[in-house]
Ligand binder design. Structure first.
Ligand code: PEP
Ligand code: MN
Length: 337
């Protein structure tokens, strides 16, 4: 349920209403938009509280939240969320480029790729230290050693770091190094993991499960938001369809749909969608044209020898070319790189 407050409402009225909501065992979510001040009443059957607020002199209107996701919905939070990340931000008119290897392979390789993506305008370095691999015999990542290399690359280049956490026991460690924590597609519905990530403040990027609906992605975000962490970013990375020419099918319409439904920033992963490097540039440009808030792309100084996902990893020349072409497209949809 959303309470829209009267324009001249005082701070003490807001406090009073929040306290009243909490006294009934619900959460109060304050939001100040350009035209309205709203308080979301969050919890199961919140609408039952309606009668207690109908006669409140500070309340202008009461609307039921029709969607199962509450904190993730645009109804509760009409303005776009901008996620702060030190001196960088995700959303709010910025088109963010995150690039780097699929996995952190060793120190030398990471530094080379970090310099390369920085040179052409990326602002985040991606790289997995804990890797969810389909085969238990494939390279599983360097663990903390990999996180240390990421931190070193950040120091060297000024790039921020995004890296994956696979289980609850890794959160504390990964949060020590990461600027954004990534939840992989295979963990999108690991609800215990999501809840724990809701208890920290580090921004969390949730990748859409390969068989997950948009509703399910937003409910995953809701798990993190409902525990208190409001720094959530959504990522479309391709879904399973009958199409065989790409590894997954990039659901580009997920961008306008998510933008309509939610205030959270949306990032596109063209690499895992495509699975083949030749298709990645077009998907990067489509991401910008669709109104996404950025891309996360696999790039490497020597892609053919990448330890994981080599086939979809792009080289320096391709990355540089994408960056050049992205600029006018981002500008055309009102964003800057
Ligand atoms: C990744 O980004 O490294 C990754 C494993 O992606 P996804 O979870 O989307 O498969
Ligand atoms: Mn990968």
């Amino acid at each position: 349920m959303i309470l829209t407050l009267k324009r001249n409402v005082s701070k003490s009225d807001i406090k009073r209403i929040e306290k009243k909501i909490e006294s009934y065992g619900f959460k109060a979510h304050y939001s100040k938009g350009a035209s309205d001040i709203t308080i979301g009443v969050i919890g199961e059957n919140a609408i039952l509280l309606r009668e207690f607020f109908e006669a409140d002199p500070a309340v202008k209107t009461i609307v039921q939240i029709s969607k199962p996701y509450k904190l993730a919905s645009r109804q509760v939070h009409p303005e776009d969320s901008v996620i702060g990340c030190g001196n960088k931000k995700i959303g709010g008119g910025k088109f963010t480029v995150m690039a780097g290897p699929c996995s952190v392979e060793n120190r030398a390789n990471l530094m080379k790729t970090a310099r390369m993506v920085k040179k052409h305008g990326a602002t985040f370095l991606r790289g997995g230290a804990f890797k969810p691999r389909t085969s238990p015999y494939s390279f599983q990542g360097l663990g903390e050693e990999g996180l240390k290399y990421l931190a070193e690359a950040r120091k060297l280049t000024g790039l921020k770091i995004i890296t994956e956490v696979m289980e609850i026991s890794q959160i504390e460690l990964v949060a020590k190094y990461a600027d954004i924590i990534q939840v992989g597609a295979r963990n999108m519905q690991n609800f215990n993991l999501l809840r724990e990530l809701g208890k920290i403040n580090t921004p969390v990027m949730i990748k859409r499960g390969m068989s997950a609906t948009i509703n399910e992605l937003l409910m995953a975000a809701e798990y993190v938001l409902s525990e208190g962490n409001q720094n959530v970013i959504l990522c479309e990375r391709g879904i399973r369809t009958f199409a065989q020419s790409t590894r997954f099918t990039l659901d580009i319409s997920a961008v306008p749909v998510l933008k309509k439904e939610s205030h959270l920033p949306v990032i596109i992963d063209p690499s895992h969608s495509a699975g083949v490097r030749e298709i990645v540039p077009s998907l990067c440009l489509a991401a910008a044209a669709s109104g996404a808030d950025g891309i996360i792309v696999e790039a490497h100084h020597d892609p053919k020898n990448a330890f994981s996902d080599a086939a979809q990893t792009i080289d320096e020349k391709t990355f540089a070319d994408i960056m050049k072409k992205l600029k006018p497209i981002a500008k055309a949809v009102g964003k800057t790189i």
